[in-house]
Design a protein around this ligand. Structure first.
Ligand code: NAP
Ligand code: MG
Length: 406
């Protein structure tokens, strides 16, 4: 074994639940720990430990990311009533991802992992498309009301500083109907813009942003203006230097262009648009287990994880002693994403190189035909394809990595 690579700054590690916790341990033991000399600030976000600490451990983990800059997280259970019973919890604690996101104030970027033996459903896509979804406003923080019959709907804004209230007619209803009121905050939109510019520069990808600004001349156009001003003020020169561009277009035009593009861009979208379009991109690229996810804070903190959950069904099989074929690809990419970022921030090229090699090894393993069940169903049919179990997949990647590091 060659000498271990030194990771300069502490990395925040957040352990999780169920099948991903099982895979997390294997990935660490077989693919990470043997190669890296690293100080890990470990937080156990197992649902029972969150319960024991009244969820303080989640808050502590988020604070640690603020201190060190980079965190890597396993998938975790968001408890509902069934989980409260299953784990005998004090209550249905909030989603850890929600708690961490609220503290870091970030945007989540999701990017598929592409391999050459699984073709995206859209034949022109050659490079991964990353979706950046705003996490505030639109229908997710709306006000809705049924209108029982004919009458006037008016909206009143009362300034806090005691200025005159403004009353506006929204609609003069001829008969019964329904209403929805959306709002957003300038600060939230600006933070979203900053996270998108930060991520695009960090990944050296073009940034596309699209809204329905021709129809929504205040709300959607407001997003466009905030992005444009922030770009001109703080990013234009940096983008030019990095050889990347910022491109705004109407959402209809963006959708049409994306379907004919080669991919490779970051596509920033409002909350609702991002919800819908991320499912389209994920489904066109195949498996949930091939989708990476990173939370980028406007303050320059990064949290890497897999986009999938704890793979509960596979875990129950595992507990019964049955064989599982769970895919650890996105978990591995959470580690490599975090390590690459750590290496870039520390200026340690060998850490960045290790992250690259581990990703190459994982991709090469799948491309050689060795894969888990979810991928076998999608891959080009070849006689050399071989389905492996959860451990076997990680062992095969470990062997490929050994060769690459020789
Ligand atoms: P899930 O864990 O994403 O799994 C849903 C299904 O997708 C699985 O049953 C499996 O399909 C397939 N799948 C997902 N990841 C896979 C992998 N790595 N390898 C192979 N197949 C994979 O969603 P869930 O089972 O509905 O949710 C379980 C728990 O995860 C919930 O308690 C939820 O709160 C939590 N969750 C956490 C996060 C997070 O921490 N980021 C995100 C979402 C959900 P087959 O059964 O068909 O093989
Ligand atoms: Mg969705």
């Amino acid at each position: 074994m060659t000498k271990k690579i030194k990771v300069k700054t502490t990395v925040v590690e957040m352990d999780g639940d169920e099948m991903t916790r099982v895979m997390w341990k294997m990935v660490k033991e077989k693919l990470i720990s043997p190669y890296l000399d690293m100080n890990l600030d470990y937080y156990d976000l197992h649902v029972k430990h969150r319960d024991d600490t009244d969820d303080q451990v989640t808050v502590d983990a988020a604070r640690a990311i603020m201190q060190y800059g980079v965190g890597i997280k396993c998938a975790t259970i968001t408890p509902n009533e069934d989980r409260v019973k299953e784990y005998n919890l004090k209550k249905a604690w909030k989603s850890p991802n929600g708690t961490i996101r609220a503290m870091l104030d970030g945007t989540v970027f999701r990017k598929p992992i592409l391999v050459n033996n699984i073709k995206p459903a859209v034949s022109s896509w050659k490079k991964p498309i990353t979706i950046g979804r705003h996490a505030y406003g639109d229908v997710y923080n709306n006000f809705e009301m049924p209108i029982p019959g004919a009458g006037k709907l008016e909206i009143v804004f009362t300034p806090k500083d005691g200025g005159t209230a403004q009353k506006t007619l929204v609609n003069d209803f001829p008969a019964a109907g329904i209403i929805q009121v959306n709002h957003n905050l300038e600060k939230s939109i600006l933070d979203f813009a900053r996270s998108c510019f930060t991520y695009a520069l960090s990944e050296r990808t073009d940034l596309w942003f699209s809204t329905k600004d021709t129809i929504s001349k205040v709300y959607d156009a407001g997003f466009r203006e905030i992005f444009q001003q922030e770009f001109e003020k703080n990013w234009k020169e940096k983008f030019a230097k990095a050889g990347i561009e910022y491109f705004f277009t109407l959402i209809d035009d963006a959708v049409a262009r994306i379907m004919k593009s080669e991919g490779g861009m970051l596509w920033a979208l409002k909350n609702y648009d991002g919800d819908v379009m991320s499912d389209m991109v994920a489904s066109a690229c195949g498996s949930l287990a091939m989708m990476t996810s990173v939370l980028v804070s406007p303050n320059g903190w990064f949290e890497y994880e897999a986009a999938h959950g704890t793979v509960q069904k596979h875990y129950y099989k595992h507990l019964k002693g049955e064989e599982t074929s769970s895919n650890s690809m996105a978990l591995i990419f959470a580690w490599t994403g975090g390590l690459r970022k750590r290496g870039e921030m520390d200026g340690t090229a060998d850490v960045v190189r290790f992250a690259d090699k581990l990703e190459e090894a994982a991709i090469a393993t799948v491309e050689s035909g060795i894969m888990t069940g979810d991928l076998l169903a999608l891959a080009e049919k070849k006689a050399s394809n071989r389905k492996v179990n959860t451990d076997g997949f990680i062992d095969a990647i470990a062997a490929t990595l050994q060769d690459k590091l020789q």
